[in-house]
Design a protein around this ligand. Structure first.
Ligand code: ZN
Length: 432
């Protein structure tokens, strides 16, 4: 392939590099190709039903789609009755440069829509070998489409099984939980809870791995030292421990169990729609044995086995693409989209009081332009409440759903039917 098929796109903050590279693009070769001209940090995951107004607003000029091998997709939006012309959807495979500061795009599809019930509908299959990121543009006669593209929907269906297993990866020193549960019993409780609540999919088994026994990396993770995620290494999620051992590399979700997460009141972390059961980047969810107090790193509280298991269920929901039932300030700073106040599912309520009080504040208070391309699904966390908010929160109609963004004293009801369906659909998209 010639260099002219590629173009550096996005990231205006790298203006000098961009200018240098644009010179190498042969304009004649890219006739009819309308390269995205966004900085697109808006990422879209299949089967996400949230409002996603920013996706609708940016679809023509470029948003990122996370795609998986052999999956079939349908992207659609409302036809704008005031604008003539049928927009062509162009899709571009994105490549990150070596220091992850810029994207290159190569066109891989030009698609014409069908018009169904007042919507333009585009269908395509992903023929990539690995998980990939694509970007969009919409054009008419070689120029950006100028119509509105409201109410975007992206539905995905996968070709893989509805089974998977769990890896409990134990990193460093641990103690018994506050109710005296050790690692093996915790693993069994986790497996039972998954089978009870993840009813739309099948959990084959749970493995326990001890990081100090890793054949290559074991010496980095001594069993007698407390691992403080976010402080002990720059890779908070310990992605290098995912997908181990290799004979189970694509069948199990890696749950990394550390001593503590180095962020106040935070007991679990996951990336939204991680999409990777094969080890490496985005292949893990994270949970702690202790939680750091609001006063900082000098105080901590030992967690109960129920708190840990419920957190694993919650973080795994994010892994499969579930949003919080009600968005937090941190969620807004991750999505850069103030239209996403809730998950968009019809059978999960959300909590107006939570939004009104701007509860669950975050250290990252305002959406900001990232300094590098945002990888799919930045981090979603689960936290403890500040006690002063407890009364208002207890009355939230979604407080007993697993995807409520904080812990509750009340028992959980589980996932809704639509959440379970979304988990199943996305599991079958993830190669395994
Ligand atoms: Zn969460």
């Amino acid at each position: 392939m010639s260099l002219s098929e590629y173009k550096k796109i996005g990231l205006g903050l790298l203006a000098m590099l961009l200018a240098a590279c644009t010179d190498s693009v042969n304009v004649a070769d890219t006739e009819n190709t309308v390269f995205p001209d966004n900085q697109y940090y808006f990422s879209y995951a299949p089967n996400d039903m949230a409002a996603n107004d920013s996706i609708s607003a940016n679809l023509a000029h470029g948003v990122k789609l996370s795609v998986h091998p052999n999956a079939s997709y349908e992207l659609s939006f409302k036809k704008d009755p005031l604008v003539s012309g049928v927009p062509e959807l162009q899709l571009f495979h994105l490549y990150l440069n070596s220091d992850s500061t810029a994207y290159y795009g190569k066109k891989i599809r030009s698609l014409q829509p069908k018009e169904i019930d007042g919507r333009f509908v585009y269908t395509f299959t992903c023929e990539e070998k690995d998980n990939a990121e694509w970007a969009t543009s919409l054009s008419v006669d070689g120029a950006f489409y100028k119509g509105r593209t409201d109410s975007v929907r992206w539905i995905g269906s996968g070709a893989y099984s509805d089974h998977f297993s769990l890896n409990l990866v134990v990193v460093g020193k641990h103690t018994l939980t506050s109710d005296s549960v050790g690692v093996e019993e915790l693993a069994q409780k986790t497996l039972q809870a998954f089978r009870k609540y993840y009813t739309s999919v099948h959990i084959d088994t749970i493995y326990i791995r001890y990081a100090d026994q890793h054949p290559k990396l074991g010496s980095k993770y001594p069993a007698n030292e407390p691992w403080l995620a976010g402080r002990s290494s720059s890779d908070m999620f310990l992605y290098e421990l995912g997908g181990w051992p290799e004979d189970h590399v694509r069948e199990a979700l890696d749950i990394v169990y550390v001593y503590r997460i180095e962020r106040e009141l935070t007991i679990g972390y996951a990336s939204l729609f991680s999409g990777n059961l094969g080890g490496g980047a985005l292949s893990t969810v994270l949970v702690g044995n202790y939680v750091m107090s609001a006063e900082g790193s000098k105080k901590e509280r030992l967690l109960s086995s129920d708190e840990i298991v419920e957190t694993i269920l919650h973080e795994t929901g994010h892994f499969f693409g579930l949003r919080h039932t009600t968005s937090t300030m941190n969620d807004f700073s991750v999505s850069h989209d103030l239209s996403i106040i809730e998950d968009g599912l019809e059978d999960t309520p959300y909590c107006v009081e939570l939004l009104r009080r701007r509860l669950l504040k975050s250290s990252v208070m305002e959406p900001s332009v990232p300094q590098r391309p945002v990888m799919p699904g930045e981090f979603y966390e689960r936290v403890f409440w500040d006690a002063s908010d407890a009364q208002a929160i207890a009355e939230c109609p979604d407080a007993r759903n697993f995807m409520f963004p904080a812990t509750m004293d009340e028992s959980f009801e589980g996932f809704s039917e639509q959440q379970l369906e979304l988990i199943r659909r996305n599991l079958m998209i993830f190669p395994h």
